[in-house]
Design a protein around this ligand. Structure first.
Ligand code: GLN
Length: 300
């Protein structure tokens, strides 16, 4: 196995035969921690729970349970993948976002907790607009997390979700079907707003915004596994955001709003660019849980 081929380990580092839950966790935690994985114990628990098809809490209730040969084999292969820095959500195939469970794989970006703030602000904006039949668009939907979360919380709204990549839309389609929203969320293939069939009340977008410089120093989990097209925002990270802001005015219904997720160092620049293109609009910058600039809202 991989550990044996890595010079820092010998074959004796293989997981003990007939390991119990407790032994398996200790083994995996030490393997992942030696590989520099940032949260080795947590990852070991999540991967073991997945291999056993248990809830994570049950690991604590049954520490003496002995893994079957099949369970042991699956767990070892999950740990090997994590050891190579594959992100946990890709290994287990799903990720929670805004209290909902989403299918994810390497065709789409892994949902980040800060994007929940984008959903929260969009829902707040929808509440303020107070119309019966709102039309929303999630531009660059990826796995569909934003479109699905908005649709669940705004059951009377129509939600369009666009993406330039058909393979990302396949994942979004699974998530929309999984949450029984096929009647409400409409997937459209194409560049930014171009595939939209009508004008919109609220445009929401978490576009790729990572700059070349930040990509170069990003953790291996991200650059080696997540789709580059979902991260890469060009030299300063703002290529797609600027294109969207340039085009969005003509797609907005009167009184409409645009909400964008931006990089921590882009808030100022994006608000200034928005002010030039939307004179008279109310433009706000909101911070994430870490206190970093993260969301720009433009209300026309
Ligand atoms: N939030 C992601 C990061 O880790 C970037 C997501 C995006 O480009 N939209 O930087």
């Amino acid at each position: 196995m991989l550990l044996a081929s890595n010079n820092r380990y010998s074959a004796s580092d293989d997981m003990p035969r007939n390991a119990t839950v407790q032994q398996a966790l200790l083994w995996a935690t030490s393997v992942l921690s030696a590989a520099g994985v940032p949260s080795p114990r947590l990852d070991a628990e999540v991967l073991l729970a997945h291999a056993l098809e248990w809830k994570r809490a049950r690991l604590y209730a049954r520490p003496e349970w002995k893994l079957t040969a099949d369970q042991q084999q699956s767990f070892q292969s999950f740990v090997e993948r994590r050891h190579c820095r594959e992100p946990v959500p890709y290994i287990i195939g799903h990720r929670e976002f805004y209290g909902l469970d989403f299918i994810v794989d390497r065709r789409v970006l892994i949902p980040r907790p800060e994007t929940e703030l984008l959903v929260e602000r969009a829902l707040e904006t929808a509440g303020c607009l107070g119309k019966d039949r709102l039309i929303l668009a999630d531009i660059g939907t990826g796995s569909g997390i934003i479109a699905v979360s908005l649709a669940i919380h705004l059951p009377d709204a129509t939600v369009y979700a666009t993406d330039a990549f058909a393979e990302a839309l396949e994942v979004a389609a699974c998530n929309i079907a999984r949450h029984h929203l096929s009647h409400q969320v409409h997937l459209l293939l194409g560049d930014l707003l171009q595939p939209l069939p009508e004008r919109i009340n609220i445009i929401v977008a978490n576009l790729p915004y990572v700059s070349v410089e930040h990509l170069a120093s990003a953790p291996p989990d991200m650059v080696a596994y997540e789709p580059l097209a979902a991260l890469d925002g060009g030299p300063d990270g703002l290529v797609h955001i600027r294109r969207l802001l340039t085009q969005a005015g003509q797609w907005l219904l009167p009184g409409g709003a645009i909400l964008l997720e931006v990089g921590a160092d882009q808030g100022q620049e994006v608000t200034e660019f928005a002010a030039q293109h939307y004179p008279g609009a109310k433009i706000e910058l909101f911070q994430d849980y870490a206190g970093l600039d993260r969301i720009v809202r433009i209300q026309t």
